[in-house]
Design a binder for this molecule. Structure first.
Ligand SMILES: C[S@@+](CC[C@H](N)C(=O)[O-])C[C@H]1O[C@@H](n2cnc3c(N)ncnc32)[C@H](O)[C@@H]1O
Length: 241
């Protein structure tokens, strides 16, 4: 990441604001987050599924390079590092990166580079075979999502694969309340997850499917698949032509 280019204009988004307002400053809070994710999601199963999809497109292997944006505690980056030549894992939170880096060291992985950077500042000076992002894009609004995904498209080699996991509302405008009540119930996702999700919808920048479809395709990526993923998210499987 180039610090000088990080916010070149007065209107540029300071992605590090997220890191400034979040509670995850201490490694103990990050460790708690990691633990909690493993109680509400099948993190390892999700990662296996993502890697199988990449494998199916020939985007893994001894020559492959992968970028993960918003790596958090780094579980996917570490799993990917076992099946790729090199992994660049970026996040805007130093505490998350410290935790992820320590875990990688403990597991003896030497082919992951961790960097403090975000969607709008990761090093896109060289092409990647695959780019993956899980539950992170909703931290920025639709205008910046469009900027972010255009950077993602530019950073992929032709035929490269982009896997995007995030909360996306598969409904039209004016239908959100009914959609949320219908799609996310205590029976399906449990009380704690439901409360978290309600806070997420109220405060974060998850978007509608038709807007996300437009952002992805206008960035120059083809959508190969869109499927439910984990308890609350969807997965977009995208390819650069
Ligand atoms: C909910 S966590 C998801 C972590 C992990 N990918 C997962 O699936 O468990 C969201 C992560 O996105 C990071 N993040 C927030 N804003 C970001 C941005 N603009 N660019 C990259 N990462 C960002 C946060 O620091 C946090 O680690």
């Amino acid at each position: 990441m180039n610090e000088q280019n990080r916010m070149p204009y007065p209107w540029s988004l300071d992605e590090r604001l997220f890191a400034a307002v979040t509670a995850y400053h201490e490694e103990s809070a990050v460790a708690e987050y990691d633990q909690r994710m493993r109680t509400v999601r099948d993190v390892d199963g999700e990662n296996r599924r993502l890697l199988e999809i990449l494998d199916g497109f020939g985007a893994l292997g001894p020559e492959a390079s992968l970028l993960e944006i918003g790596t958090g505690t780094g579980a996917l980056a570490r799993a990917a590092a076992r099946r790729a030549a090199e992994v660049l894992a970026v996040d805007v939170s130093d505490a998350m990166l410290r935790f992820a880096e320590r875990k990688a060291r403990e597991e003896g992985l030497t082919n992951i580079r961790f960097e403090n950077a975000g969607f709008l500042s990761f090093d896109n000076s060289r092409p990647f075979d695959a780019i993956v992002s899980s539950l992170a894009l909703h931290h920025i609004n639709d205008v910046w999502k469009a900027e972010a995904l255009s950077r993602v498209a530019r950073a992929l080699r032709p035929g490269g694969v982009f896997l995007l996991v995030d909360v996306v509302f598969d409904c039209q405008g004016g239908e959100l309340d009914e959609y949320v009540k219908r799609s996310y119930t205590v029976d399906k996702i449990g009380e704690r997850m439901l409360a978290d999700l309600h806070g997420h919808i109220a405060k974060e920048s998850s978007t509608l499917r038709w807007i996300m479809d437009g952002i992805i395709t206008r960035a120059g990526l083809n959508i190969a698949d869109f499927v439910p993923f984990g308890p609350i998210a969807h997965l977009y499987v995208c390819r650069k032509p």
